[in-house]
Each structure stands twice: as structure tokens, then as C-alpha cells.
Design a protein around this ligand. Structure first.
Ligand SMILES: [Zn+2]
Length: 441
């Protein structure tokens, strides 16, 4: 009787959902099912439940991330980190993928969340391609970075700021830019994420245009130093999404200021992309056309970004052998500048802010490590202390400061490391090994 009742209950529950999905996705019926099986947009509770379930069901593959700053209205911003043996401190290169800078761009959160579920399902099922990628790289996924905006179904945060105009590099006090560069906790969360993760590739997902954008945001800045690499990845991703999609510098789509990708690239030298998906002109914007019909291409696009993050030509490596249990830390801190704007004293000049990049690695087993990091050579941005200097072609020679520490933070050895893309630099940590094993005073 119980079994029969359960069988009967299935169509009764499923029919309304299926009917709704079919009517929403009327223009195309070719889309495959989503990894989650969903047929409608998630609520915030649905996102939180899905993230928690991934962690609970696959603790070796998925670990939770809580971003450090609650939103203006006190909500928590959550994500997950996905990799083979995710809890190991193994120095793998990282792909950071985030959705919903704009709280009303619901498909951007759905696509981002579905990719996380997809990766985990495929890895758990032994899919070869995904397993190979997750053996070599980490994926950090934060589906909703502007949680307040999402809950209210609007673009801005609860301070009425477009968080994708609030990042510090080149920031201007436009009406939606916030009271100051980095005034919004939502933008500072992404600053934290990228300042601590050595992301080789950073993707921020949006709707609704058919473009894949890369820095810079302003034509006056001139081409990014890594324009060839940026364009190669963006155009590969654009071609996956479809023939209508273009890859171009953000400034050539339209000029803006204070967006995530500009700060991300010029601070970390990670490849930073804004991916905007949208149905073709004339096609109604529904869950079906914006999520179901796009997802298969989105998966391929994200796997391409992950493949790029896992490519040794796209990052630098620091390797060596230190004492087991020691903490290695790489740090660099530098000033960056907003655009010039009218200051309270009446003068027009940029404001400065300090970006501090810092990552650490706890040495296990035999103390050997191979650490994928962003290159130490940082692209000189257009925004300078005395204004905008466009068409920069150089890099700052600005070494990573590597410290070898006891777990309590006592620094035993400091080594500056200059390392470029595709290079490996071996550091000699003899001094740290010797000191580490001596009794403490
Ligand atoms: Zn957007």
C-alpha cells in the first residue's frame, strides 16, 4: 500500500511544475535537464539548501566558504570550494566563479549554482574530464554576491549602490558608485576572495547581453598588458555560447568605472571576465530561454575557464621543501588609485587605497610543495597618483614576499620571489627547516 501510494503521488506533485516549465520554455524544447532537475528559479533558501547539501553529501569534494562581510542588511554571503581532496592544502591553481553582482539578473545565479552541482555530480560519478580538472585545480563558486539585491529582486545593494561600480580601481563618485571606493561590504567580500586565493581565472556572470568582456573599462586606459591571453579566453568562451556572442574589452561595449574585473586583473593579473548571457533578439526572456536553453553551453564555457586555470602556462609556480607543519605565506601590498574626482577640499585628484594580496599554505607530509600563484609581475594600471596614464605596457617588478613560519606566526625565514607566467622558481628553505626543528627559547 505504501509503495502504491508513493507511485500515485509522483505525477500529482510533478504535473504542475512540468506544465509551468513547458509553457515558460516554449521557444525551444531542445534543452537538456539541468543538473539539479530544477524547472523554476530558486529562492535564497533554495540556494542555501543546495550549497549545504553539496557540502554534506560530498565532504571530500566540497567545502563551505562564508565571506567575511555580512551584507548591508546583515545577510550572509556563501559559497563553496570544489576540488579533489578539497581539504588538502595543496597549492592547486584556482578558478573563481561568481553570480549576481546585480540582484535582478536571476539567470546569472542559477547558471553559477548549476555549474557547481554539475561539477560535483560528475566528479562523484567518476566523469574523466571533470575528475582530471579537479585533480589539478580548485573551483570557488559564490552564486549570489549581492544577496540583498537578490532578495529584493533589484540591481543595487540595500544602500542603493551598484556593487559593480564600487571596486576601487578607477572608481568615480557616480550616483550608483557608493559613498567611496570599496564602501560596500559586498564589493569588499570579492576583494577578500581574490586577495587570498591566487585565482588564475575569475568569472563574474551577468545578463542580459551576448558578450564576454575583459579589462579595461575605459578606452583611455589602452589595451591590457595581457590582452592576447584575455582575448583568447574570452573569444573561446563567446564562441561556445553561440554565434551571436562577442568577445571584447569592456570599454568597447560601453565605458564604466569601478567594476570587479578591472581591479581583479590589475591587482592580481588573474584573467578576469564578465560573461553576459541573453537569448537572441526577439526571444522572450523566460527561465526556459535564460537558464534551461543556455546551460549546456554554460557548462562548456565554465569547463573552458577551469581548463585555462589548470594550464601551467597561465600561472606561476613556487616550489621547494620546508619543514612539515610550517606555514608558508606569500604577500604583497601596494597602493592603487581611483579616477581623479572632486575632493572635499575642492581639488580634483584620485584617492588611493591599499591592496594586500596574501595566501598561505601549510606544509604536510614530507614538506615538499608546489604552489600555483599569480605572477609576481603586476600590470601597471592607467590610474596613477597624479591622474590617468593610458596605454601602459609595463609591469611592476614587485616580488612576492614569502615567509616560512611556525604555526603560531613566528617568522623563521623571508624570501623575495620574482616569478612570471609559466615559470617555476624553487626557494631554498634550509634556514626555516633548521630553525623550525630547534627548541623554542
Ligand atoms: Zn549585470
Amino acid at each position: 500500500m505504501l509503495a502504491a501510494a508513493a507511485v500515485l503521488a509522483v505525477p500529482a506533485l510533478a504535473v504542475p511544475t512540468a506544465v509551468g516549465a513547458a509553457s515558460q520554455s516554449a521557444p525551444s524544447t531542445t534543452a537538456a535537464d539541468l543538473p539539479s532537475g530544477n524547472t523554476a528559479y530558486r529562492t535564497l533558501a533554495d540556494y542555501e539548501a543546495d550549497l549545504a547539501e553539496l557540502v554534506a553529501d560530498h565532504p571530500d569534494l566540497v567545502k563551505p566558504i562564508t565571506l567575511p562581510f555580512p551584507t548591508t542588511s546583515g545577510r550572509t554571503v556563501r559559497g563553496v570550494e570544489i576540488s579533489t581532496n578539497v581539504n588538502a592544502d595543496d597549492g592547486k591553481p584556482t578558478f573563481v566563479d561568481v553570480g549576481m553582482h546585480h540582484g535582478n539578473e536571476f539567470p546569472s545565479g542559477e547558471l553559477t549554482m548549476e555549474f557547481a552541482i554539475d561539477l560535483v555530480q560528475r566528479a562523484a560519478a567518476g566523469d574523466r574530464e571533470v575528475t582530471r580538472l579537479l585533480d589539478r585545480a580548485r573551483v570557488v563558486v559564490v552564486p549570489i554576491v549581492n544577496v540583498d539585491g537578490f532578495v529584493r529582486g533589484r540591481r543595487q545593494t540595500d544602500t542603493n549602490v551598484d556593487m559593480n561600480r564600487n571596486y576601487g580601481l578607477g572608481w568615480l563618485p557616480i550616483s550608483t558608485g557608493g559613498a567611496a571606493a570599496w564602501s560596500e561590504p559586498e564589493a569588499r567580500n570579492i576583494e577578500w576572495l581574490l586577495s587570498t586565493r591566487q585565482a588564475v581565472v575569475f568569472n563574474t556572470q551577468h545578463t542580459c547581453i551576448q558578450v564576454v568582456l575583459y579589462p579595461p573599462l575605459q578606452l583611455a586606459a589602452g589595451p591590457a598588458q595581457d590582452v592576447d591571453r584575455l582575448h583568447a579566453l574570452a573569444s573561446e568562451v563567446a564562441s561556445i555560447y553561440g554565434p551571436g556572442y562577442k568577445a571584447l574589452p569592456s570599454a568597447e561595449d560601453y565605458e564604466t568605472t569601478g567594476e570587479a574585473i578591472d581591479w581583479a586583473y590589475y591587482a592580481t593579473r588573474g584573467l578576469a571576465l564578465t560573461s553576459e548571457t541573453c537569448p537572441d533578439a526577439g526571444v522572450a526572456r523566460t527561465y526556459g530561454t535564460q537558464v534551461l536553453d543556455v546551460y549546456d553551453e554554460h557548462r562548456e564555457a565554465m569547463l573552458t575557464m577551469l581548463e585555462t586555470a589548470a594550464d601551467p602556462d597561465q600561472y606561476a609556480v613556487i616550489d621547494g621543501k620546508g619543514p612539515k607543519g610550517a606555514v608558508l605565506r606569500i604577500t604583497k601590498a601596494f597602493d592603487m588609485y581611483t579616477s581623479p574626482y572632486a575632493q572635499p577640499d575642492g581639488a580634483t585628484r584620485p584617492s588611493s587605497f591599499t591592496t594586500t594580496l596574501t595566501s598561505d599554505l601549510t606544509l604536510g607530509r614530507n614538506g615538499k610543495f608546489e604552489w600555483a600563484v599569480n605572477p609576481s609581475y603586476r600590470p601597471i594600471p592607467a590610474y596613477q597618483e597624479d591622474g590617468i596614464h593610458g596605454f601602459q605596457t609595463g609591469f611592476y617588478e614587485e616580488p612576492w614576499i614569502l615567509t616560512c613560519e611556525r604555526p603560531d606566526g613566528t617568522v623563521l625565514q623571508t624570501v623575495p620571489v620574482n616569478v612570471d607566467l609559466g615559470e617555476t622558481v624553487t626557494v631554498d628553505l634550509k634556514e626555516c627547516r633548521r630553525e623550525f626543528h630547534q627548541a623554542r627559547p
